[in-house]
Design a binder for this molecule. Structure first.
Ligand code: AMP
Ligand code: ZN
Length: 463
């Protein structure tokens, strides 16, 4: 089955043809590790993972590179404001290195919990400073960049196709009110390749331009080319990166090497909360741990993400997440019923479902449609053959279908306070305090859980 993907660069769904047969080089803009990843950020990485899994399902070997941005990402995506790492260091009293290490570790835990395959390489920006300096030097030598009092800037007017990814128009931008004017720049959307550091700037390196630090955009060009070569297949990121970050990556990278580097640009739409942007002030910058604290297992969030195609916005509400949890549990219990049935299913019927599934995933990753195929297939008479085919589908879904048991435990994360009540009740039972044990059973029931006594303790399920 031929995979087709929507290429932001051409604004069309195109057949995906890798540069080398059966091998895909894929770069993803990684997290800026100054604060924990939100569930919005995590949607971007669920998408990265789905893409990789579909490519692998199709028999390709994928080299996936995801950088860790631990310097250079300023508070605005343009060149204004403080470095996010520096700001966080000031606020917490920790060093950027300490912050980056802790946040990266947390991020890796989150992606593991979401069954997101770890990328083949996760290079840190701070480990690739010399590579970035070489590119900036080359851009200066070729006349694409110029030095100012506060840094080295890329001159967008030297790159005639600037704007080809997002459709921005240089002239409109020149007069546009949205671009903040930095008096050092020749054109308002020229962007910083390199920034000269003030003496109190924490992260700074020696460079031909004195003590300084990299611009955010140059990081991805340097690490993409270093690990994937001068031409590679796919670059992914969220839609917010199209107009500035990725446009700039294209301009500086293609000017440096003199040719196109990336063939397919794929972007995921945003996750919204209650129909709007997530924001600190609204207190809805949710993390995966916030979901877990409310009793939602990470894979429920993955299931939630898979039910919306990556180019559509997804609206997060607690009700919608609860509905995803119910559906996921139902899916798991149906899988169990198939797993335990010795009945055979006609191979031709299974082939039909497999073909429909493959058609859906290869149509620009229509995972919701593929999930629909699974749901319909589960309505077939119960059969282990159906379960086995679902396991094959799960190479793409990654929802732990191989772990389903009588109780879909993967889906039911028991909150800590309910566990505490259950432990207190167990102690009461051991002390033969039946009245207290009954009272606790009722309290647990009132909170939506059922506790059953077993030979070695108890079992908790959802009501
Ligand atoms: P950052 O750590 O800010 O560089 O973002 C990491 C990734 O998350 C980038 O690919 C962003 O485009 C993406 N992203 C940020 N916010 C959201 C959101 N609300 N929904 C989906 N993706 C997002
Ligand atoms: Zn990037």
């Amino acid at each position: 089955m031929q995979l087709r993907v929507f290429n932001t660069l051409t604004r069309k769904k195109e057949e995906f043809v890798p540069i080398k047969p059966n091998f895909v080089g894929m770069y993803t803009c990684g997290p800026t590790v100054y604060k924990p990843a939100t569930i919005g950020n995590l949607r971007a990485y669920v998408f990265m993972d789905e893409l990789r899994r579909v490519l692998e399902y199709d028999g390709m070997k994928v080299k996936s590179v995801m950088n860790i941005t631990d310097v250079g990402h300023l508070v605005s995506d343009g060149d204004e404001g403080e470095d996010k790492m520096q700001k966080s260091a000031k606020e917490t009293g920790k060093t950027p290195l300490e912050i980056a290490a802790a946040i990266t570790a947390q991020f890796m835990q989150d992606i593991d919990a979401l069954n997101i395959k770890r990328p083949t390489v996760c290079p840190k920006a701070t480990d690739n400073i010399p590579e970035m300096i070489e590119i900036v030097k080359a851009l200066l030598d070729k006349g694409y960049a110029y030095e100012t009092e506060d840094g080295i800037y890329f001159s967008v007017e030297k790159f005639p196709s600037y704007g080809k990814l997002s459709g921005v128009n240089l002239e409109e931008q020149r007069h546009g009110a949205r671009v903040e004017v930095n008096s050092f720049k020749r054109h308002p959307i020229d962007f910083a390749l390199w920034k000269k550091a003030a003496p109190n700037h924490i992260q700074q390196w020696d460079s031909p331009w004195g003590r300084s630090f990299p611009g955010w955009h140059i990081e991805c060009t340097a690490m993409g080319v270093k690990y994937l070569g001068e031409r590679f297949d796919i670059h992914t990121g969220g839609v917010d990166h199209i107009p500035i970050h990725h446009e700039n990556e294209i301009a500086q990278g293609e000017s440096w090497l003199g040719h196109q580097i990336v063939n397919y640009w794929l972007h995921n739409e945003f996750l919204l909360v209650d129909g709007g942007k997530m924001s600190k002030s609204l207190g809805n910058n949710y993390l995966l741990s916030d979901l877990q604290d409310r009793g939602f297992a990470p894979l429920v969030f993955r299931y939630f993400c898979l039910n919306v195609q990556y180019r559509q916005k997804i609206n997060f509400t607690w009700d919608a997440l609860a509905a995803a949890k119910t559906a996921y549990e139902k899916l798991c219990s149906q899988l169990v019923a198939h797993k335990n049935s010795p009945v055979k299913t006609d191979a031709a019927i299974l082939d039909e479902y497999k073909a429909k599934f493959e058609e859906a995933i290869n149509d620009d990753l229509n995972i919701p449609l593929a999930m629909g195929v699974l749901w319909t297939m589960l309505k077939l008479p119960k059969s282990k053959d159906v379960y086995n085919l679902a396991l094959k589908f799960d190479k793409v879904f990654a929802l732990d279908f191989d772990k389903v048991k009588e109780e879909p435990k993967a889906a039911v994360e028991i909150p800590n306070d309910i566990r505490a009540l259950a432990e207190t009740r167990l102690a009461a039972r051991k002390a033969k305090n039946w009245a207290e044990s009954d009272r606790l059973r009722e309290e647990i029931a009132n909170r939506g859980y059922v506790i059953k006594d077993t030979a070695d303790g108890y079992e908790i399920t959802l009501k």
